[in-house]
Design a protein around this ligand. Structure first.
Ligand SMILES: Cc1cc2nc3c(=O)[nH]c(=O)nc-3n(C[C@H](O)[C@H](O)[C@H](O)COP(=O)(O)O)c2cc1C
Length: 260
């Protein structure tokens, strides 16, 4: 496997739209996270419009200005992070369904400033599903394939990862085939057991044993035993989101307990 990547410590912060801004993610880095994920952000016209609708109905979103000069300024002000340790990694979670001029701006400005573009195949907000984005991409593998081709053409230094909602995948083998073909650097799996507030460890394990692409395990990690369970079945790292909103230091506690 040529694209194997290392993150250290093995605990990551997962995307939290509207909350995981530069300040939040810098705090995560300072607390020792192995990887932080900015966003998610809308990164094409259709997703931009979908985000405006979501914001209108009260969902917290972070919507960059599309205007050319203000956009680059915005990116610098909102995405630049300072690592504290060599193996810490930075990612930006982007919602893209149709790579266009806005996407180009994102990719051009991101390239080399961040380690990973994390393509969002996870969101299930109705406005995003209506345009065929988020987790809908998991059922439209032709579109996903096309999107990955376009995105990789525009990135020289920043690598591609993908966030998926495990329980929404239709054909797992076909999905993995596409991700391997595009040399996607990691699969970040929200392994929520459908309808429950627990992780489906068997589902996570089935990905770990089906591909050499590194898998980041996610969902309902609430104590160190949850972390260890995911690492034991082959995840290369484990991520957390919701507990960090009210208690950011949770990430430092997990890291300390894993080391100890
Ligand atoms: C308010 C909120 C916003 C989120 N936004 C995103 C997002 O933009 N992109 C994404 O891939 N996941 C997003 N997620 C999902 C989380 O990254 C994570 O997969 C999910 O919450 C399960 O992990 P947890 O149990 O540690 O919270 C969001 C979750 C919450 C609660």
């Amino acid at each position: 496997m040529t694209n194997m990547f290392k993150i250290q410590p093995l605990i990551a912060q997962s995307a939290i739209a509207g909350i995981a801004n530069r300040k939040f993610c810098q705090q995560m880095i300072d607390l020792g996270a192995g990887m932080v994920t900015l966003g998610g952000f809308p990164a094409d016209r259709l997703n931009f419009e979908a985000s405006l609708k979501m914001e209108e109905r009260g969902r917290m979103e972070c919507i960059p200005p599309v205007n050319e000069s203000r956009f680059s300024e915005w990116l610098i002000q909102n995405l630049l992070l300072y690592k504290r340790m060599k193996n810490q990694r930075t990612a930006v979670n982007l919602r893209i369904v149709n790579s266009d001029q806005i996407t180009e701006k994102w990719l051009k400005s991101l390239d080399g400033k961040i380690d990973f573009l994390e393509l969002n195949a996870h969101c299930r907000q109705k406005e995003v599903l209506q345009i065929g984005g988020g987790e809908s991409l998991l059922k439209d593998l032709k579109k996903l394939n096309h999107l990955l081709t376009n995105i990789s053409k525009s990135l020289q230094k920043t690598k591609i990862g993908i966030k998926i909602r495990g329980c929404s995948v239709g054909d797992k083998d076909a999905l993995i085939e596409i991700l391997e073909k595009h040399q996607v650097n990691y699969i970040h799996i929200d392994s929520m057991l459908k309808g429950k507030n627990i992780a489906d460890i068997q589902l996570l394990q089935s990905y770990c044993s089906s591909t050499d692409i590194p898998v980041i395990g996610n969902n309902s990690v609430r104590c160190i035993e949850d972390v260890k369970k995911m690492l034991k079945i082959g995840a290369i790292a484990v991520s957390v989101a919701r507990p960090l909103i009210k208690y950011p230091n949770f990430i430092a506690e997990l890291i300390q307990q894993l080391d100890g």
